[in-house]
Design a protein around this ligand. Structure first.
Ligand SMILES: Cc1cc2nc3c(=O)[nH]c(=O)nc-3n(C[C@H](O)[C@H](O)[C@H](O)COP(=O)(O)O)c2cc1C
Length: 386
């Protein structure tokens, strides 16, 4: 829906000014504080906004994006730009994301058991490269508590109109050979509260989690989830199950995961999570951050994540819905991912560096590009560059 600011034609004047204010004024103040502390404060602030309808509506008048609908795995997304997992683990600020223009959110990661994650500090900014290294380790209140938060939003009428997904991780204390039961328990508790789930076997911050990307092990996890979903995983009331992959996987390993898509009715792939690799940097401040253990996100991840998307799109002949995430900071980055084959997109680090109105800016930019190229529908863009 085109909102009043668009109709008044203020957007072209206001958006660059808001972006400038964020980068030049607000961001330096925020970045003077510890990365995780400011994340928690911002989320608490957005949680407050979410609980006050009038304030949330006001935020929506600045942040809501124009429509650019996408339909995939039985869900209708008002626009392709979503919030990536890790930003709002249990949905503390769920209504605020819609006000900020997002077309879906992926909450989580949530695990079956509540856990505190790794010791502090565990989030590091490399500002000159516009990247982040994190080793959070799935700090979260557990699937039961997350379900309670979601139930409360529904009951209060704060539930957004866009799809809500949940990223599922493995509890740290659960041995690898019991991973399937652990994911299944989270799914059982959360299934009825969300529109889709994403099996996260690609975080680098839980010991050995990435081993679950091996075909046989992943097959066992997906079988358990689809059993919980109902016999075939395809009937009415079943929830789409997606898999999130690491950018460090070889193309051969990705092809093995693609082989599971049909038999296990995987609704789509999310590409990608953070990377263990590090670019070379001459800047000593960046080198210090890159020496920290954890996963790297942001600008340096952009190209690798797009390469994976292009490969997955080509290998699957465009038949598997792909959610593109990794280093999206602008409409041009989003366009590149869509041309490579991503029908949906997500941002995390871009939001930290570019500010709260990034989703709206990207959707505007995508629509402008489509108009300039005489393209009528988003589906015509997806995979056009492969
Ligand atoms: C602090 C932080 C926490 C994250 N937590 C999760 C998580 O819990 N589950 C997950 O699948 N991805 C998580 N991610 C990865 C993001 O969802 C995303 O895949 C990655 O950061 C690449 O996108 P970006 O370059 O836009 O940040 C996290 C990223 C960051 C920076």
């Amino acid at each position: 829906m085109q909102n009043s600011l668009d109709r008044a034609g203020l957007d072209s004047d206001t958006a660059p000014m808001l972006a400038w204010c964020y980068r030049r004024v607000l961001r330096p103040v925020l970045f003077a504080q510890d990365a995780e502390a400011i994340h928690d404060r911002t989320l608490a602030g957005l949680g407050w906004v979410s609980r006050h309808r009038a304030v949330c509506r006001l935020l929506g008048s600045l942040g809501r994006a124009p429509g650019l609908p996408v339909e995939r795995f039985g869900l209708r997304f008002p626009n392709p730009v979503g919030l990536a997992a890790g930003m709002d683990k249990r949905g503390e600020a769920l209504p605020a994301w819609e006000a900020l223009g997002f077309g879906h959110v992926e909450l989580g990661a949530v695990t079956a058991l509540a856990q505190t994650g790794n010791s502090l500090p565990r989030v590091f900014r490399a500002v000159p490269e516009e990247s982040i290294v994190n080793r959070m380790g799935f700090n979260n209140p557990g699937a039961a508590a997350a379900a309670q938060t979601l139930r409360a939003w529904r009951e209060s009428g704060g539930w957004p109109r866009h799809p809500v997904g949940m990223n599922l991780g493995k509890s740290k204390v659960t041995p690898l050979d019991q991973a399937a039961a652990d994911y299944r328990e989270s799914f059982r508790l959360l299934r009825s509260h969300v529109d889709f789930v994403v099996v996260n076997v690609s975080s680098p911050n839980t010991p050995n989690l990435r081993k679950l990307q091996d075909k046989a092990v992943l097959d066992e996890i997906l079988a358990a989830l689809q059993e919980e979903n109902g016999e075939s995983g395809a009937g009415p009331g079943t929830k789409p199950v997606l898999v999130k992959v690491a950018p460090d996987l070889s193309f051969a390993a990705l092809d093995e995961i693609l082989e599971l898509v049909e038999p296990r009715r995987v609704a789509g792939l999310v590409a990608t999570n953070t990377t263990l690799s590090r670019p070379v940097s001459a800047d000593p401040r960046v080198r210090r951050v890159y020496a920290e253990a954890g996963g790297l996100s942001g600008r340096p991840l952009r190209t690798r994540s797009t390469e994976l998307i292009r490969h997955l799109y080509r290998q699957s002949r465009g038949r598997v819905p792909l959610v593109g995430v990794g280093g999206i900071f602008s409409a041009a980055d989003a366009w590149e991912k869509a041309l490579a084959g991503a029908c949906l997109l997500q941002v995390y680090t871009g939001l930290v560096y570019e500010g709260p109105f990034l989703a709206r800016r990207i959707v505007h930019g995508l629509k402008a590009r489509m108009a300039a190229e005489g393209i009528q529908s988003w589906d015509e863009v997806v995979g056009k560059g492969t």
